[in-house]
Ligand binder design. Structure first.
Ligand code: FAD
Length: 461
């Protein structure tokens, strides 16, 4: 078969290249970073090594039964992942997490790809839409996609923007919200799609709670940003603590305004301020905090946001943050094969598709590698089902989020997998504690995922 071209030798591109070559299809990997004739890097990469980890050296939890990223590890291992094999071979002690020696890891990935007879590595930037005779291409250029390529993709997709300085708001697991305090209602009972008047979750505050919350926001430690992240804010998307700095009442007249809502647990008392959460995924398992984009440090975020009545025990699927990120509006632009609808010879993989994290990026590289190889061999291959962690990520990228809501990059988490009922009583008929039930549910989701993944793999073989 004709070669597949992979652009970008990061986490996603390296894994994709491996999968294609292992399927018996020749592959040409184009990576712009190099040492010679002159040194080329990105703003975050320090070496010319493939699959360089730009920041932490952790692949996060390796617990496949109770942790969604651990499950993703297991799925990838079951699919002959180069990233996982190289990570496993270069582990450093990190408790239940999989952390790696970053140089050893990157060297291992580079060496295995260089040694593969079907892999050719070319050190060059692809500075525009690839030549027309490249009919099977994977673009895996990451959050720091070179500006020339990013501009070309912009033009090809007709989008206004591709690169964002994300101010992202935290996302909370719906089942960790206390509905004895919070209630569901849309402002002024405004009807949404399908006649829904209760799209939002509302958390009420009295005056003392509001004042204490503002103090905590103003006092909380803020994350520092590198120079290249030093960008003006969009005025419509200010971090919550920046808004609070403009005046103690600003939030009460902005995202926390207490109008058009009635506390269903206490209808006669008007709240002084209200925090709203909006459904974030089609399954209704995740809610984002409306207007709460923040650059508070992670530890401070959990402390400060758990001061909000109803969120005392909130579990966060993602914390807020502000950083540069280049990603596609994938639900609109990509088909289920991860191809650009406007230019289907281009497939996208990694962070640029709107997943977040090393492992998630590599997982999407693995999948697109398999899809591109199948295409080169004239075989039909659908992505794995949404019960798998990998399938759930594809679902998130290509349309699992709610119509009309702003697409945001996401780490893998159980809220992206279809929900499942865990038994309420154990084998002896004794009631299982809700916390234990939560764990049991994760385990059942993980087992279901691995079964579905292996069935998908074996059917494709
Ligand atoms: P990358 O690994 O960045 O790979 C993209 C590759 O494409 C690069 O090698 C680049 O040189 C190359 N490239 C770009 N444009 C072109 C072009 N036009 N032609 C040829 N080659 C090109 N995730 C975590 O899990 N943990 C963290 O601690 C973490 N820290 C991060 C810190 C920063 C500053 C950033 C920006 C992101 C961080 N991420 C982190 C998020 C993300 O998981 C990583 O960026 C991850 O590396 C993404 O994988 P990728 O393959 O999509 O992109």
């Amino acid at each position: 078969p004709a070669p597949v071209h992979v652009i970008g030798g990061g986490l996603a591109g390296s894994e994709a290249t491996w999968q294609i070559a292992q399927a018996g299809v020749p592959v040409i990997l184009h990576e712009m970073r190099r040492d010679e004739p002159e040194e080329v890097r990105t703003d975050a990469h320090h070496t010319a090594g493939l699959a360089e980890l730009v920041c932490s050296n952790s692949f996060r939890s390796d617990d496949w039964e109770f942790n969604a990223v651990g499950l993703l590890h297991a799925e990838m291992r079951a699919l002959d992942s180069l990233i996982m094999a190289s990570g496993d071979a270069n582990q450093v002690p990190a408790g239940g997490a999989l952390a790696v020696d970053r140089i050893g890891f990157s060297d291992a990935v580079t060496a295995r790809l260089e040694a593969h007879p079907l892999v050719t590595i070319v050190r060059e930037e692809i500075a525009g839409i690839p030549p027309e005779d490249w009919d099977n291409v994977i673009v895996a250029t990451g959050p720091l996609t070179s500006p020339a390529l990013a501009d070309a993709i912009l033009k090809a997709t007709g989008e206004e923007s591709l690169s964002f300085f994300d101010a992202i708001a935290p996302i909370i697991h719906a089942d960790s919200i206390d509905f004895d305090v919070a209630w569901r209602q849309s402002r002024y009972d405004k009807e949404g799609p399908g006649g829904d008047k209760a799209a939002y979750v509302n958390c009420p505050m009295d005056k003392a709670q509001y004042e204490a919350f503002i103090d905590a926001l103003l006092d909380g430690p803020k994350a520092d940003f590198k120079e290249w992240e030093n960008v003006p804010y969009f005025d419509g998307c200010l971090p919550i603590e920046v808004m609070a700095e403009r005046g103690r009442e600003t939030l009460r007249h902005g995202p926390m305004k207490p109008v058009g809502l009635t506390n269903q647990h206490n209808p006669t008392v008007k709240p002084y301020a209200i925090v709203q959460l909006r459904q974030d995924n089609a399954l209704g398992t995740l809610f984002n905090m409306v207007g709460f984009q923040t650059k508070l440090k992670y530890g401070a975020q959990t402390d400060v946001f758990r001061m909000i009545p109803g969120l005392e025990n909130a579990q966060f699927a993602r914390l807020g943050g502000l950083h540069r990120n280049t990603f596609l509006n994938s639900p609109r632009l990509l088909d289920k094969q991860m191809r650009l609808k406007a230019l289907p010879r281009l497939r996208f993989a990694g962070q640029v598709t709107g997943v977040e994290g090393y492992v998630e990026s590599a997982a999407m590289g693995l999948l697109t590698g398999r899809l591109a190889a199948a295409q080169a061999l004239g075989r039909d291959l659908a992505p794995p089902p949404p019960e798998t962690a990998m399938g759930a990520l594809v679902e998130h990228i290509t349309g699992g989020h709610l119509e009309g809501s702003k697409f945001q990059p996401m780490n893998i988490n159980y809220g992206l997998l279809p929900p499942l009922e865990a038994p309420k009583v154990d084998e002896d008929g004794k009631r299982i504690h809700p916390k234990e039930r939560g764990r049991a549910k994760k385990r059942l989701q993980s087992i279901r995922a691995m079964d579905a993944l292996k069935a998908w793999r074996d059917a494709a073989a």
